[in-house]
Design a protein around this ligand. Structure first.
Ligand SMILES: [Zn+2]
Length: 520
């Protein structure tokens, strides 16, 4: 089904009749809402039409256009903070903002640490004296090392001292959770069920969701450091796709322990060698860390009033990453394109578009933006963060090795939403109308004090939020390529976000905050 209005570049000509999606009539939409609310035990008399509702009068970019933006970004190469490709994206995004007629388009500096590995190798020598190379990738921001020759020891949490002075062979296993786990996590009313806060039309959401972190999250090196290890050899145990290109941790802490990642299959081989007798490794990592200046790309569109809805993502990435966050950049551009085509009074509030830098250096751009704009945050009605239009992939192992294949589903979609019941209802309505199956309303504290997004700290600053996030296992890996993009849902995600932004019409920043339920 063609779900988006056709879009093409260039000014609209007189008599231009662009095909638009036939939007369900207001009555049909009301019926959908009534059904949804009834299913969720909500009061049907509350059914309303959100702010005029029809998505028209502007241009919703079509799927090909949004996908082309992602492809253009990915094509420029690895976008780590301070890398040339990321600097290119900053200029490109600013030019796009300007071309859409945004005002006050600017690049706000963000100081970052720029890490670049230039050479790395790992060799293992078995008890029989044979030496073989092992594919590896340096653990980001770990100290360089030149030909460190040291005994290898398997890390055992019950006897960590065994790795003291040795290379710690440390298994990291990605977390596997039920796909709907987040729907009931955090501060929610007693008795909340996953069904009341998720869209699970095909009943797939309770299935396994492989997260991009192990139980250690970013603290992968700490157990080995605490045990006095001389080096870290991290094994990506049972990691789908059997890769070693895992860009974690990304907190940009320069740790004194030299380290590399190896694949699960290579890790199993190393464990086997150790079981047969003593083994040694020889490790070299050359890398450079230096200061660099990244930027937050910011542009604004005036609206019905001067309070703001922020629409944001981040532009940097661990690799040439498509999903992380080529998709976020493109979803923000899609919003900018739609809202820019409307007259100011059709925008519910002033709209502030932000593409933050430095996500991969501990959210440096987010911290910088908040520090630079803290005075303005009280007048933000809503901060919408858009991250990761992601297809779900799973591994099928056959004679050809570890094959990744799409499951035909979207990676579970988390919609971290401030606990204002009107806002929650608007988000659920938008997701339902756009048929974004496998979506969940998620409490902002479902994962800890703040959502695990690039916009995390807006929540801690008291700004009402809607943060879209999907967390596929491949998020920090070089395997995050264009085939991972949930292409068919780029337009529905865009339309749902338009509805969510539109739902804030007539709602002041103070009213939005006052409506947040602070306790259970
Ligand atoms: Zn992201």
């Amino acid at each position: 089904m063609a779900r988006g209005a056709r879009y093409r570049d260039g000014p609209r000509e007189a008599g231009d009749t662009r095909a638009r999606r036939s939007v369900p009539s207001a009555r049909a939409q009301t019926r959908v809402r009534a059904t949804v609310r009834q299913q969720r035990g909500m009061d049907v008399s509350e059914v309303d039409v959100i702010g005029g509702d029809e998505i028209s009068g502007g241009d919703v970019p079509d799927e090909d256009t949004i996908f082309r933006w992602i492809a253009e970004v990915v094509d420029k190469g690895v976008r780590r903070p301070g890398y040339r490709a990321d600097e290119w994206v900053e200029r490109w995004a600013a030019e796009r903002f300007g071309a859409l007629g945004m005002r006050d388009v600017r690049l706000e500096p963000v100081e970052v640490r720029r890490w670049e590995p230039t050479e790395w190798s790992l060799e293992v020598t078995a008890a029989d004296g044979s030496t073989t190379p092992v594919d590896c990738f340096p653990v980001p921001f770990t100290v360089p090392v030149d030909g460190l020759d040291v005994e290898l020891a398997a890390f055992d949490p019950d006897a960590p001292d065994a790795v003291a002075g040795r290379a710690s062979l440390y298994d990291v296993t990605l977390l596997r959770v039920p796909g709907n786990l987040m729907a009931t996590a955090g501060s929610l009313p007693e008795g909340t069920t996953a069904a009341s806060r998720s869209l699970d039309v095909e009943s797939t959401l309770a299935g396994e969701h492989v997260l991009p972190f192990g139980i250690e999250f970013q603290q992968v090196l700490e157990p080995s450091m605490a045990a006095g290890a001389a080096a870290f050899v991290g094994v990506l145990h049972e990691y789908p796709g059997d890769s070693c290109q895992y860009y974690v941790p990304y907190d940009a802490i320069e740790r004194a322990l030299p380290g590399v990642w190896v694949s699960g299959s290579d890790g199993a081989r190393l464990h086997d060698l150790l079981a047969a007798g003593p083994a040694r490794v020889r490790l070299t990592v050359r890398s450079e860390v230096r200061a660099a200046t990244s930027h937050n790309v910011v542009g604004e569109l005036p609206g019905a009033d001067d309070e703001a809805v922020m629409i944001a993502s981040h532009h940097d990435a661990p690799w040439a990453s498509a999903v992380e966050d080529g998709s976020g950049i493109a979803l923000v551009l899609a919003q900018a394109t739609y809202w820019a085509a409307l007259p100011p009074e059709r925008r519910p509030h002033r709209l502030v578009f932000v593409l933050q830098g430095g996500h991969m250096v501990d959210g440096a751009g987010l911290r910088r933006y908040i520090d630079d704009h803290r005075d303005e945050l009280a007048s933000a009605v809503l901060e919408v963060h858009l991250e990761h239009a992601a297809r779900e992939f799973a591994e099928r192992t056959d004679q050809a090795g570890h094959q990744l294949q799409p499951t035909g589903l979207a990676t579970p979609r988390w919609w971290f939403t401030s606990r204002n019941p009107d806002l929650e209802a608007a988000v659920l309505d938008a997701l339902t109308l756009e048929q974004l199956d496998r979506s969940m309303l998620v409490a902002p504290d479902a994962f800890g004090d703040q959502p695990p997004t690039d916009g995390a700290l807006y929540h801690t600053e008291g700004v009402p939020i809607v943060h879209f996030l999907a967390a596929p296992f491949y998020l920090f890996d070089a395997m995050d390529t264009l085939d991972k993009i949930d292409r068919a849902n780029l337009v529905p995600l865009t339309r749902a976000t338009i509805r969510i932004v539109e739902s804030t019409r007539g709602v002041s920043a103070a009213a939005m905050r006052a409506g947040v339920v602070t306790s259970q």
